[in-house]
Write a protein that binds this ligand. Structure first.
Ligand code: TEU
Length: 547
């Protein structure tokens, strides 16, 4: 289980560092920042896709899985980047978007010319019995999940944007293509793979509409063949290289299915991303709506998954943010009054859980959502669609804007803020997405006198040096508390005040007099006491015996 004591850093290449002044990040820019990555100290870097793409969905619409988009760099740049990271014992994780390809991929273009072999790579169907769409499925980006397949009169399936055509995994030739792609990158020195929405690949055999009142997602989520096809991919590619690290993004999934996808011996994946904890602030599960969030709902959901995955022998990827999510600091912390305290509390809460932590670029310096004034500042296709749908449904422009500003994926995609200059040290040109608070939050100032970066370094060190963090059991403590999420990891006790209310929590008897392991406030924890007093957003870990 080489991945259990690892920490993985996620880089959104489009927004990390631009080297040629075009306002878009690139591989050479990342190479220039390897010393910074090494200083933070992760074991691996997950890169969002930078393959050839028309960029309709910022690279998740892949037109060539074996070639680097020229705007991002060259194969020589990639080789240099892999070598530069390897010099610091940092591995490279690629993002495999295998549920769909761009409609500009050669396969789709050849399908449009009528080549049956490639038509069979996609999910193409005639109109339904009523002459309408083949079924009632909807795109996750809004609108129907079917678009006309050229002028054939048929339709092709796209669970995301119309420029992202779902491939047919029932076709063994498609499965062979995907294994060949993984092997191509294994041969290139890539040692990690994140599989995009991989639990959507097994659609209903009949592509049937969902029954009235039933969410159509049930017709293509966690389908009957996902385990079988993951095992086939494992055996034909990454499973042949024991040192690889794999993680699957699981959309709208369950604990039982994620146990199956990640249990050692199942020959599927090492771990999974699930998103249940990142929907606790969705009123009635609706992303494009606003309501106050209840902090202990976050604790209860994290606990439910920690417990369920432990009981089943599965393994969680631990994270509060990524390129699709607003900054956790804005959602679950206090980005203004307690930015440092809540950033370090959230980090402590995640990093000491049972699982493998992921750090999304910018978390380690406490970056926050941008503050835009107009909808045209946002670039995300999902957000623009949502704005239109909200206004069409009767929301005022201001109401729709407020929802998009809080929920858009662009919140996490603003450029990495390296310094306080107009381009944030990210670019000498015009950034593709505007930073808005680099004068207050940037790497240069954080490294000079901040506390957040150093706290992340310490958490990474602890995971390597305190065995119970990586391999220990998990158990909740006082989950009925109204402010504190606390849990035990065998010799370690963790208490996180999720609120701005000063509070206290009694200690488990075995931790009376325990030594402080990490504390996001100046060390004020009286370890001789039977309870812990926690300031706003304070997180403390104690260790029994020798730390
Ligand atoms: O995301 C899949 C996914 O579920 C998210 O799009 C999610 O539905 C939405 O962002 C949150 O409401 C993956 C990638 O991470 C995302 O960037 C891609 O846009 C998407 O797949 C399609 O490839």
């Amino acid at each position: 289980m080489s991945f259990r004591n690892k920490v993985i850093y996620q880089i959104y290449p489009r927004s990390f560092q631009d080297s040629d002044g075009d306002g878009v990040g690139d591989l050479r820019g990342i190479i220039d920042r390897v010393p910074y990555i090494a200083e933070l100290g992760p074991d691996m870097v997950w890169f969002n896709p930078f393959f050839v793409s028309p960029q309709r969905d910022n690279g998740y619409d892949v037109a060539d899985y074996r070639a680097i988009d020229p705007t991002m760099g060259t194969m020589a740049d990639l080789d240099e980047l892999i070598a530069a990271l390897a010099a610091h014992d940092i591995g490279v994780m690629f993002d495999m978007v295998f549920n769909h390809t761009s409609t500009e991929h050669e396969w789709f273009r050849r399908a449009l010319t009528g080549e049956q072999r490639y038509r069979d790579y996609y999910i193409i169907r005639p109109p339904g019995p009523d002459g309408g769409l083949p079924n009632n499925w909807e795109s996750k980006f809004g609108g129907p999940a079917w678009s006309p397949f050229g002028d054939t009169g048929d339709y092709y399936l796209h669970l995301f944007d119309p420029t992202q055509a779902d491939v047919d995994w029932r076709n063994p030739a498609v499965r062979r293509e995907m294994a060949d792609i993984v092997n191509f990158w294994l041969d290139h020195g890539v040692t990690g793979f994140r599989f995009d929405v991989i639990n959507l690949i097994s659609k209903d055999a009949d592509l049937a509409s969902s029954p009235a009142g039933v969410d159509p997602r049930v017709m293509y989520t966690d389908g009957e063949h996902v385990d079988e096809w993951l095992r086939e991919l494992h055996d034909a590619s990454f499973g042949t290289v024991p040192a690889t690290v794999t993680v699957g993004e699981m959309s709208s999934t369950s604990i039982d299915r994620c146990v199956s996808y990640s249990r050692p011996g199942n020959r599927e994946l090492d771990m999974v991303f699930n998103f249940h904890h990142l929907k606790v602030d969705y009123p009635e599960g609706q992303k494009w709506a606003l309501a106050p969030y209840e902090p202990m709902a976050l604790a209860r959901t994290l606990d439910e998954w920690a417990t369920g995955m432990q009981d089943g022998g599965g393994w969680n990827a631990l994270f509060l943010g990524n390129h699709d999510q607003p900054r956790a600091l804005d959602r679950f912390g206090d980005a203004h009054t307690y930015r440092v305290e809540s950033a370090t509390m959230l980090a402590t809460m995640i990093h000491l859980l049972r699982g493998t932590p992921f750090i999304y670029m910018g978390e380690e310096i406490g970056m926050t959502d941008p503050e835009y004034a107009v909808i045209d500042s946002y670039m995300d296709v999902e957000a623009r669609n949502a704005y239109s749908l909200l206004v069409d449904a009767g929301a005022t422009d201001d109401e729709a804007f407020a929802v998009v500003a809080a929920r858009t994926r662009d919140n996490a995609r603003t450029p990495m803020q390296w310094d306080d200059s107009p381009g944030a040290g990210f670019t000498t040109g015009t950034p593709w997405l505007a930073p808005t608070n680099q004068e207050h939050i940037n790497v240069r100032d954080e490294l000079a006198h901040g506390r957040i970066f150093r706290h992340y370094q310490e958490l990474i060190r602890l995971r390597r040096e305190v065995p119970d963090i990586a391999d220990g059991s998990y158990a909740p403590w006082r989950l009925d508390h109204e402010h504190v999420y606390a849990y035990l990891r065998d010799s370690v006790f963790v208490a996180c005040n999720l609120t701005q209310e000063p509070t206290s929590i009694e200690l488990p008897e075995q931790f009376h007099g325990a030594s402080p392991l990490i504390n996001n406030y100046p060390d004020d924890s009286d370890t001789g006491q039977s309870e812990l007093h926690l300031a706003p957003y304070q997180a403390v870990a104690l260790v029994k015996g020798e730390s």
